[in-house]
Design a protein around this ligand. Structure first.
Ligand code: ATP
Length: 375
């Protein structure tokens, strides 16, 4: 296959800004769908917009595509304002959840369509369609009609059609939303591989946090029309900026208190347990705060009088055990109305017998917890 031929002609200097949103807002009457969003996207980057339903992801994407005008702010592609350009002149490819293939055309004709619109020579079209089919793993399928393909194959064709003209940016809005879980996971890997090959800039929208963590160089988390954090996937997971992000991306346990002490990047909550964790964003002395700790960072063991108390340790009672195959999830009551979730890998060699009702002790390291301002 000819991956180098499909490589974006626009990929020159990695890290240089290709797309910039400056204080962009979009209002629909009383509703502010996008609220003062600023973002710089680097050439060749895979960036994902992640957020709950209605948080403004699609609206932002539609403004980049040119299907909606911003109420305020500006969007620049390669340093030039996009506002004056209609969608078809923006040099941007799009893939949606519903493939929107032309049913009466063959696969090859569908993929050729953007090139025909751009009046490319015939032999160039044939070569590019051939490469694009190969790139998405459908070299033998050019003569079929969309109805003769599976959902996953149709989505590959949509992807090939969006990429075939080497757009400067590829926009993808929930492209895998209609596929079942197994196929979705397989396609995630394939899209990542294609991205590595062609090195085009991809702006990807999903409300599926696992998908975002798997695929992205960076994730922009949306809530109520705003970007609340933009960072690498690991950073979003390990150092969420707010309790909302900690809750939305992955699973988290929360304990509230007031910040009693800050030293060397760590903070301690007031109260008898003296819980300590990394001092996160907006963690200030005396402020109401929450400690956030991930279920897989917590150790669980029977609560025996001889147990050495760890730095962060709480006693509780197992209220439920959920078998997940590769892991076991313990739900543990640690205070009235406060339940912690603890994930233990199946077959862990230090696994104890801890049935429902058992008194247990949970412990975790200070560096595995983060203390954030209460929202
Ligand atoms: P989803 O994951 O459900 O697609 P989203 O994060 O993409 O959600 P948007 O579709 O951008 O969210 O919508 C943001 C907000 O703007 C929502 O409150 C939505 O109801 C509102 N909205 C979007 N389009 C319009 C419109 N044409 N007219 C009025 N309100 C709209």
């Amino acid at each position: 296959m000819n991956a180098p031929d499909m490589k974006s002609e626009h990929h020159t200097t990695p890290g240089e800004i290709i797309l910039e949103l400056r204080t962009v807002s979009k209002r629909f009457g009383e509703v502010t769908a996008v609220d003062d969003v600023s973002l710089q996207i680097a050439r060749g980057e895979f960036i994902t917009f992640l957020g709950p339903s209605g948080s403004g992801k699609t609206t932002t994407l539609m403004m980049v595509a040119g299907f909606l005008n911003a109420s305020d702010g500006s969007i620049e592609l390669d340093g030039k304002p996009l506002d004056p350009l209609p969608p078809y002149k923006r040099d941007i490819g799009m893939v949606f959840q519903h493939y929107a293939l032309f049913p009466h055309m063959t696969v090859a004709q569908n993929i050729a369509f953007p090139l025909r619109m751009r009046k490319q020579p015939k032999d160039e079209i044939a070569r590019r369609v051939f490469d694009a089919l190969d790139l998405v793993g459908l070299p033998e399928h050019g003569g079929r009609r969309p109805a003769q393909l599976s959902g996953g194959q149709q989505q590959r064709v949509a992807l090939a059609r969006a990429m075939v003209f080497n757009p400067r940016v590829l926009l993808m809005d929930e492209p895998l939303g209609a596929l079942d879980k197994k196929l979705r996971e397989q396609m995630q890997i394939e899209i990542m591989r294609i991205h590595r090959n062609i090195q085009t800039t991809i702006l990807y929208v999903t409300h599926d946090q696992e998908e975002a963590l798997v695929m992205s160089d960076r994730i922009a988390v949306f809530n109520h029309g705003r970007i609340v954090q933009v960072d690498a996937a690991e950073k979003i997971y390990d150092a969420p900026a707010t309790p909302f992000i900690a809750d939305f991306v992955g699973e988290s346990n929360f304990l509230s208190g007031k910040v009693a002490d800050i030293a060397d990047g760590y903070a301690r909550l007031d109260g008898a347990r003296q819980l300590r964790g990394l001092c996160g964003a907006d963690c200030v002395l005396g402020a109401s705060a929450v400690m956030v700790v991930r279920p897989e960072r917590i150790q669980i063991a029977p609560d025996t009088p001889s147990a050495q108390p760890a730095e962060n340790s709480v006693a509780g009672k197992v209220s439920d055990i959920i078998y997940l195959g590769q892991a076991r999830k313990y739900l543990v009551d640690i205070a009235p109305g406060v339940e912690f979730s603890v994930l233990q890998q199946s077959g862990a060699k230090d696994a104890f017998d801890m049935p429902v009702g058992k008194a247990v002790r949970l412990s975790w390291r200070a560096e595995d917890a983060v203390i954030l301002k209460d929202e």
